[in-house]
Design a protein. Sequence first.
Length: 276
Amino acid sequence: MQLKFTKMHGAGNDFVVIDLISQRYKLRSHDIRKFADRRFGIGCDQVLVVEPPSNPDVDFRYRIYNADGTEVEQCGNGARCFARFVHDSKLTTKRRITAETPAGVITLQCLEQQRVEVDMGQPELEPELIPFAAAARADSYHLQLPGQHLEIGALSMGNPHAIVRVTDIETADVAGLGPAIESHSDFPQRVNAGFMQVISEQEIRLRVFERGVGETLACGTGACAAVVYGKLRGWLSDTVTVQLPGGMLSITWRGPGHSVIMTGPTAVVFEGSIKV
Ligand SMILES: N[C@H](CCC[C@H](N)C(=O)O)C(=O)O
Protein backbone atom coordinates (compact mmCIF):
# COMPACT_ATOMS: atom_id res chain seq x y z
CA MET A 1 0.00 0.00 0.00
CA GLN A 2 0.95 3.70 -0.35
CA LEU A 3 1.23 5.34 3.08
CA LYS A 4 0.73 9.11 3.08
CA PHE A 5 3.14 11.26 5.14
CA THR A 6 4.00 14.91 5.76
CA LYS A 7 7.60 16.06 6.13
CA MET A 8 7.90 18.86 8.73
CA HIS A 9 10.50 20.55 10.90
CA GLY A 10 10.66 22.62 14.07
CA ALA A 11 13.77 24.85 14.19
CA GLY A 12 15.50 22.42 11.82
CA ASN A 13 14.71 19.23 13.80
CA ASP A 14 12.91 17.29 11.08
CA PHE A 15 10.12 14.76 11.14
CA VAL A 16 8.08 12.40 9.02
CA VAL A 17 4.51 12.67 10.33
CA ILE A 18 2.17 9.72 9.76
CA ASP A 19 -1.60 10.01 10.32
CA LEU A 20 -2.86 6.62 11.50
CA ILE A 21 -6.32 8.00 12.21
CA SER A 22 -7.24 8.57 8.55
CA GLN A 23 -5.05 5.63 7.42
CA ARG A 24 -4.90 2.07 8.74
CA TYR A 25 -1.46 0.47 8.87
CA LYS A 26 0.58 -1.45 11.50
CA LEU A 27 3.97 0.27 11.68
CA ARG A 28 7.03 -1.95 12.20
CA SER A 29 10.47 -0.97 13.43
CA HIS A 30 12.05 -1.41 10.00
CA ASP A 31 9.45 0.96 8.53
CA ILE A 32 10.68 3.66 10.93
CA ARG A 33 14.31 3.15 9.95
CA LYS A 34 13.37 3.20 6.26
CA PHE A 35 11.35 6.43 6.64
CA ALA A 36 14.21 8.07 8.54
CA ASP A 37 16.96 6.92 6.15
CA ARG A 38 18.35 10.06 4.45
CA ARG A 39 19.87 8.03 1.57
CA PHE A 40 17.28 5.38 0.71
CA GLY A 41 14.18 6.61 2.52
CA ILE A 42 12.47 9.93 3.16
CA GLY A 43 14.96 11.24 5.75
CA CYS A 44 14.24 12.64 9.23
CA ASP A 45 15.44 12.76 12.85
CA GLN A 46 12.23 11.31 14.23
CA VAL A 47 9.00 9.72 12.94
CA LEU A 48 5.82 11.05 14.60
CA VAL A 49 2.67 8.91 14.55
CA VAL A 50 -0.78 10.41 15.18
CA GLU A 51 -3.34 7.97 16.65
CA PRO A 52 -6.71 8.08 18.38
CA PRO A 53 -6.40 8.57 22.18
CA SER A 54 -6.91 5.68 24.62
CA ASN A 55 -8.40 8.22 27.07
CA PRO A 56 -11.62 9.76 25.59
CA ASP A 57 -10.94 12.99 27.53
CA VAL A 58 -7.75 13.60 25.50
CA ASP A 59 -7.75 14.72 21.85
CA PHE A 60 -5.03 12.49 20.36
CA ARG A 61 -2.24 10.03 21.10
CA TYR A 62 1.13 10.87 19.58
CA ARG A 63 4.05 8.44 19.38
CA ILE A 64 7.68 9.36 18.73
CA TYR A 65 10.32 7.13 17.15
CA ASN A 66 14.01 8.00 16.80
CA ALA A 67 15.76 7.41 13.46
CA ASP A 68 17.25 4.17 14.89
CA GLY A 69 13.70 2.79 15.31
CA THR A 70 13.49 3.14 19.11
CA GLU A 71 10.26 4.54 20.55
CA VAL A 72 10.90 7.39 23.00
CA GLU A 73 8.94 9.18 25.68
CA GLN A 74 8.86 12.79 24.47
CA CYS A 75 9.89 15.17 21.70
CA GLY A 76 9.49 18.93 22.10
CA ASN A 77 9.94 20.08 18.50
CA GLY A 78 7.86 17.12 17.40
CA ALA A 79 5.02 18.12 19.74
CA ARG A 80 4.77 21.51 18.04
CA CYS A 81 4.78 19.97 14.56
CA PHE A 82 2.18 17.40 15.68
CA ALA A 83 -0.13 20.24 16.84
CA ARG A 84 0.22 22.09 13.54
CA PHE A 85 -0.29 18.84 11.59
CA VAL A 86 -3.59 17.87 13.27
CA HIS A 87 -4.83 21.45 12.85
CA ASP A 88 -3.81 21.75 9.15
CA SER A 89 -5.18 18.24 8.42
CA LYS A 90 -8.55 19.24 9.89
CA LEU A 91 -8.30 16.33 12.37
CA THR A 92 -9.33 19.03 14.84
CA THR A 93 -10.57 22.62 14.69
CA LYS A 94 -9.39 23.30 18.25
CA ARG A 95 -6.40 25.61 18.76
CA ARG A 96 -5.77 24.22 22.26
CA ILE A 97 -5.01 20.50 21.88
CA THR A 98 -4.21 17.73 24.40
CA ALA A 99 -2.16 14.67 23.47
CA GLU A 100 -1.21 11.44 25.23
CA THR A 101 2.52 10.72 24.97
CA PRO A 102 4.46 7.91 26.69
CA ALA A 103 5.66 10.64 29.13
CA GLY A 104 2.11 11.75 29.97
CA VAL A 105 -0.54 14.14 28.62
CA ILE A 106 0.73 17.43 27.17
CA THR A 107 -1.21 20.58 26.26
CA LEU A 108 -0.41 22.47 23.06
CA GLN A 109 -1.61 25.91 21.95
CA CYS A 110 -1.51 26.84 18.25
CA LEU A 111 -0.44 30.50 17.94
CA GLU A 112 -0.10 32.94 15.03
CA GLN A 113 2.66 32.66 12.37
CA GLN A 114 2.68 28.85 12.70
CA ARG A 115 4.18 29.04 16.20
CA VAL A 116 3.05 26.63 18.91
CA GLU A 117 3.33 26.86 22.70
CA VAL A 118 3.72 23.57 24.57
CA ASP A 119 3.34 22.86 28.28
CA MET A 120 6.07 20.22 28.59
CA GLY A 121 5.24 19.34 32.19
CA GLN A 122 7.63 19.48 35.14
CA PRO A 123 11.26 18.34 34.92
CA GLU A 124 12.19 15.20 36.85
CA LEU A 125 15.32 15.57 39.00
CA GLU A 126 15.19 12.31 40.99
CA PRO A 127 18.16 10.28 39.64
CA GLU A 128 16.38 6.93 39.57
CA LEU A 129 13.49 8.46 37.58
CA ILE A 130 15.72 10.06 34.94
CA PRO A 131 17.13 7.27 34.97
CA PHE A 132 20.63 8.16 36.14
CA ALA A 133 22.53 5.44 37.97
CA ALA A 134 24.80 7.77 39.95
CA ALA A 135 23.64 8.33 43.50
CA ALA A 136 24.72 11.98 43.51
CA ARG A 137 22.44 14.99 43.07
CA ALA A 138 21.39 15.34 39.44
CA ASP A 139 21.99 19.10 39.24
CA SER A 140 25.75 18.79 39.46
CA TYR A 141 27.70 15.57 38.94
CA HIS A 142 31.15 14.62 37.64
CA LEU A 143 30.70 12.06 34.86
CA GLN A 144 33.80 9.86 34.51
CA LEU A 145 34.97 9.54 30.88
CA PRO A 146 38.24 7.98 29.60
CA GLY A 147 41.01 10.34 30.66
CA GLN A 148 38.70 13.07 31.96
CA HIS A 149 35.65 13.83 34.00
CA LEU A 150 32.90 16.26 32.99
CA GLU A 151 30.69 18.33 35.27
CA ILE A 152 27.11 17.71 34.05
CA GLY A 153 23.52 18.20 35.05
CA ALA A 154 21.12 15.28 34.55
CA LEU A 155 17.32 15.45 34.42
CA SER A 156 14.30 14.14 32.55
CA MET A 157 11.74 16.00 30.45
CA GLY A 158 10.00 12.66 30.02
CA ASN A 159 13.17 11.65 28.18
CA PRO A 160 16.65 11.67 29.74
CA HIS A 161 19.10 14.58 29.31
CA ALA A 162 22.68 15.26 30.37
CA ILE A 163 23.86 18.87 30.00
CA VAL A 164 27.44 20.17 29.91
CA ARG A 165 28.27 23.90 30.20
CA VAL A 166 30.95 24.92 27.69
CA THR A 167 32.74 28.24 27.08
CA ASP A 168 32.37 28.16 23.27
CA ILE A 169 29.69 26.14 21.51
CA GLU A 170 31.58 26.32 18.18
CA THR A 171 34.61 24.46 19.52
CA ALA A 172 32.75 22.05 21.82
CA ASP A 173 33.72 18.43 21.06
CA VAL A 174 30.14 17.36 20.33
CA ALA A 175 31.21 14.64 17.87
CA GLY A 176 33.59 13.09 20.43
CA LEU A 177 31.86 13.64 23.76
CA GLY A 178 28.29 13.26 22.47
CA PRO A 179 28.46 9.49 21.77
CA ALA A 180 30.52 8.88 24.95
CA ILE A 181 27.87 10.59 27.10
CA GLU A 182 24.92 9.10 25.15
CA SER A 183 26.04 5.53 25.86
CA HIS A 184 27.57 6.11 29.33
CA SER A 185 26.79 3.32 31.83
CA ASP A 186 25.47 5.91 34.34
CA PHE A 187 22.47 6.25 31.96
CA PRO A 188 20.85 2.79 31.71
CA GLN A 189 18.43 3.98 28.98
CA ARG A 190 21.13 6.05 27.24
CA VAL A 191 20.77 9.86 27.24
CA ASN A 192 20.54 13.00 25.08
CA ALA A 193 23.72 15.09 25.51
CA GLY A 194 23.36 18.90 25.50
CA PHE A 195 26.27 21.36 25.20
CA MET A 196 25.29 24.79 26.55
CA GLN A 197 27.09 28.15 26.27
CA VAL A 198 25.62 30.83 28.57
CA ILE A 199 25.49 34.18 26.72
CA SER A 200 23.51 35.99 29.43
CA GLU A 201 20.85 35.20 32.07
CA GLN A 202 18.29 35.44 29.26
CA GLU A 203 20.13 33.71 26.39
CA ILE A 204 22.05 30.51 25.74
CA ARG A 205 23.47 28.74 22.71
CA LEU A 206 22.93 24.99 22.59
CA ARG A 207 23.98 21.98 20.54
CA VAL A 208 22.48 18.55 21.24
CA PHE A 209 23.78 15.08 20.41
CA GLU A 210 20.44 13.27 20.51
CA ARG A 211 19.98 9.71 21.79
CA GLY A 212 19.27 7.40 18.87
CA VAL A 213 20.01 10.04 16.21
CA GLY A 214 23.26 11.99 16.65
CA GLU A 215 23.64 15.78 16.52
CA THR A 216 20.44 17.45 15.32
CA LEU A 217 19.79 21.06 14.30
CA ALA A 218 17.54 21.51 17.32
CA CYS A 219 16.19 19.54 20.31
CA GLY A 220 13.12 20.88 22.10
CA THR A 221 13.35 18.76 25.24
CA GLY A 222 17.09 19.45 25.19
CA ALA A 223 16.40 23.20 25.23
CA CYS A 224 14.01 22.71 28.16
CA ALA A 225 16.57 20.58 30.04
CA ALA A 226 19.38 23.08 29.49
CA VAL A 227 17.28 25.98 30.83
CA VAL A 228 16.20 23.96 33.89
CA TYR A 229 19.83 23.01 34.63
CA GLY A 230 21.06 26.57 34.07
CA LYS A 231 18.38 27.98 36.38
CA LEU A 232 19.09 25.39 39.10
CA ARG A 233 22.76 26.42 38.95
CA GLY A 234 21.84 30.13 39.20
CA TRP A 235 23.11 31.02 35.71
CA LEU A 236 19.75 31.74 34.03
CA SER A 237 16.52 33.68 34.60
CA ASP A 238 12.94 32.34 34.21
CA THR A 239 12.56 33.01 30.46
CA VAL A 240 15.47 32.17 28.18
CA THR A 241 16.04 32.45 24.43
CA VAL A 242 17.74 29.27 23.24
CA GLN A 243 19.77 29.66 20.05
CA LEU A 244 20.23 26.28 18.33
CA PRO A 245 21.98 25.62 15.00
CA GLY A 246 18.59 25.28 13.26
CA GLY A 247 16.69 28.10 14.93
CA MET A 248 15.47 29.69 18.15
CA LEU A 249 13.16 28.48 20.94
CA SER A 250 11.77 30.40 23.92
CA ILE A 251 11.74 28.45 27.19
CA THR A 252 10.14 29.55 30.48
CA TRP A 253 10.54 27.76 33.82
CA ARG A 254 9.57 29.44 37.12
CA GLY A 255 11.29 26.79 39.23
CA PRO A 256 10.44 23.52 41.02
CA GLY A 257 6.71 22.74 40.99
CA HIS A 258 6.19 24.55 37.68
CA SER A 259 5.88 23.24 34.12
CA VAL A 260 8.45 24.09 31.48
CA ILE A 261 6.78 26.11 28.70
CA MET A 262 8.35 25.96 25.24
CA THR A 263 7.37 28.18 22.30
CA GLY A 264 8.79 27.85 18.81
CA PRO A 265 8.23 27.55 15.07
CA THR A 266 6.81 24.78 12.91
CA ALA A 267 7.09 24.30 9.15
CA VAL A 268 5.68 21.94 6.53
CA VAL A 269 8.35 20.91 3.98
CA PHE A 270 6.35 18.62 1.66
CA GLU A 271 3.68 15.93 1.54
CA GLY A 272 4.06 12.55 -0.12
CA SER A 273 3.40 8.85 0.05
CA ILE A 274 5.71 5.87 0.41
CA LYS A 275 5.20 2.21 -0.54
CA VAL A 276 4.99 -0.05 2.53
N1 LIG B 1 16.22 11.89 20.76
C1 LIG B 1 15.26 12.10 21.85
C2 LIG B 1 13.81 12.17 21.29
C3 LIG B 1 13.58 13.42 20.44
C4 LIG B 1 13.83 14.68 21.20
C5 LIG B 1 14.01 15.95 20.38
N2 LIG B 1 13.96 15.82 18.96
C6 LIG B 1 13.09 17.05 20.88
O1 LIG B 1 12.74 17.95 20.11
O2 LIG B 1 12.79 17.04 22.11
C7 LIG B 1 15.35 10.93 22.84
O3 LIG B 1 15.82 9.86 22.45
O4 LIG B 1 14.93 11.13 23.99
